[in-house]
Write a protein that binds this ligand. Structure first.
Ligand code: ZN
Ligand code: ZN
Ligand code: ZN
Length: 373
């Protein structure tokens, strides 16, 4: 098969997952709907209280426990072509018992990182004495290095969110509320090709000092700097995430000074990306520039996070993470400067580590964009 989904979600991944389960000394992986299941099978199942669970045993064949009413959807998903046995259960059946009976005598299993506690605890009750560990300890090592088709999917997501940032100046105007601007942006995120809007941060004036500010009814005023951090998930499953800082009318002089420092810091961190460099060295590259300019205490978060089927995943670009970058690792570089009660600024690009350095997947200009008030 050579459709897009078989490149992104190749059948070989199920075999690799199985080898990884064996190597980790686990009895099986239990994957409920979420990014771990999607990574292994391509199946974008809806998380429901009814149990859908792919079981990948270290010994024996994988099988999918699936509610009868979800069988058609599962068969039509990429999981349908993997040759995995479907065990359909009816409304009065006990799907947890069904899982337990098929994999008796195991010492430990890996459960999907995003499995609901309700399901994890029911599995524990159905398999007393079986230790549960996070599937991420096994799958994380596979997911952290993106294949060429995965990088292409992230590149497509980056272009889509860039297309939204291109429109943002047209949405910003003194007198509009953050919420009104946010609504326009959400519409544009979908129009640009995303399947879902994951988050829309429009943080104007003093709200910009709160990195994860929620949309509010604050009215944008002339001179406001505005942090716009937006992202969504593409139909491919891969996520976008990019921040630009704008100003409506001429911003205060002290803001311009801190923004220039931030721009240099973000540039320095992007330039530090290359195979063999540690995650913490990339963080330090940004932090050093900001600290040298005297703003160190106002950069209050890590420099970045990995991205793929989840907006936040390994590797984290943070002090203490001595993991070395390898080609295919994709993550954000998003330093910020936050002056409480006054304003904030952040610049965020997704960067992929390649053999020769970092490739930025977001390419909108990084200079402050000043729009007419
Ligand atoms: Zn964030
Ligand atoms: Zn972001
Ligand atoms: Zn981010």
């Amino acid at each position: 098969m050579n459709d897009v989904s078989s490149d992104l979600y190749p059948a070989i991944r199920l075999d690799r997952a199985r080898e990884a389960v064996r190597a980790a000394g686990l009895g099986a992986l239990l994957l409920t709907p979420g990014p771990d299941l999607r990574y292994v099978t391509g199946y974008d199942a809806v998380p429901l209280e009814r149990l859908t669970c792919l079981v990948v045993p270290a010994a024996g064949e994988p099988f999918l426990v699936v509610p009868r009413l979800e069988v058609a959807a599962a068969e039509h998903s990429p999981a349908g072509r993997l040759g995995v046995e479907f065990l359909a259960w009816d409304e009065t059946d006990d799907p947890y018992g069904l899982v337990a009976r098929r994999i008796p005598g195991l010492a430990a299993v890996g459960v999907a990182d995003r499995m609901w506690a309700m399901q994890s605890l029911r599995l524990r009750a159905a398999m007393p004495g079986v230790e549960q560990v996070l599937a991420g300890t096994v799958l994380g090592e596979l997911r952290i290095r993106k294949s060429a088709p995965e990088v292409a999917a992230l590149r497509e997501a980056g272009a889509a969110i860039d297309a939204v940032h291109r429109q943002v100046p047209g949405f910003l105007k003194a007198g509009r509320t953050e919420r009104e601007v946010g609504r326009d942006i959400a519409e544009a995120i979908l129009a640009a090709g995303h399947a879902t809007v994951d988050f829309v941060i429009v943080a104007s004036g003093p709200n910009g000092a709160s990195p994860h500010h929620e949309l509010s009814d604050r009215v944008v005023r002339p001179g406001d700097p505005i942090v716009v951090d937006i992202g969504g998930t593409m139909p491919s499953g891969y996520c976008s995430d990019s921040t630009r800082t704008y100003a409506v009318g001429e911003p205060p002089a002290d803001f311009l000074a801190s923004y220039e420092v931030l721009r240099r810091a973000q540039e320095a961190a992007c330039r530090a990306v290359r195979p063999g460099t540690t995650c913490e060295a990339v963080d330090a590259a940004a932090r050093q520039v900001i600290a040298d300019a005297g703003f160190g205490e106002y950069f209050i978060h890590r420099t970045g996070h990995g991205i793929g089927l989840e907006t936040h995943e390994d590797p984290y670009i943070v002090a203490g993470n001595t993991r070395r970058l390898e080609p295919g690792m994709a993550f954000s570089v998003e330093p910020g400067v936050y002056l409480s009660g006054r304003h904030g600024a952040r610049i965020e690009d997704i960067v992929v580590c390649t053999e020769s350095g970092g490739e930025r997947l977001n390419n909108r200009p990084r200079d402050l964009v000043v729009v007419d008030a």
